[in-house]
Write a protein that binds this ligand. Structure first.
Ligand code: AMP
Ligand code: ZN
Length: 114
């Protein structure tokens, strides 16, 4: 979709460290990691944010969480635990307007988040 950086990663136009890929979903390392493990899970289809999901996207969401779990197992953080979050809109700091899950792990996480 136009200038969307994550669409470009999906299409292979921008290099990234891909950790998982299937026909609906890809996962790749965040370029500015905020934890020892920090990767993003992204639908191949351009969806602006979690608030732009449609009825019928339930399977897509399940596939995204399944991909997250697979990558966590490969990276050795499935049992130690991770934080999975999605930013929606300006107050949350969403800067890439293509829906994505952040998966953070490899350290303890504070709560509440800053
Ligand atoms: P958000 O603030 O939720 O929109 O998060 C966007 C995330 O995408 C940030 O954590 C960025 O570091 C990350 N990011 C931006 N461009 C890239 C890229 N080319 N490859 C990997 N991660 C990226
Ligand atoms: Zn996009």
């Amino acid at each position: 979709m136009g200038d969307c950086v994550f669409c470009k990663i999906v299409e292979g136009g921008i290099p990234s460290e891909i950790l998982y890929s299937d026909d609906r979903v890809i996962a790749f390392r965040d370029i500015e990691p905020q934890a020892p493990v920090h990767f993003l899970v992204v639908p191949r289809r351009h969806v602006e944010s979690a608030f732009h999901l449609r009825e019928g996207d339930g399977e897509l969401l399940a596939r995204m969480f399944d991909a997250a779990q697979k990558v966590c197992a490969e990276l050795g953080v499935e049992r130690s635990g991770v934080r999975i979050l999605t930013n929606v809109g300006p107050d949350a700091g969403q800067v890439v307007m293509h829906f994505h899950l952040h998966v953070l792990g490899g350290r303890t996480m504070g709560w509440p988040p800053g």
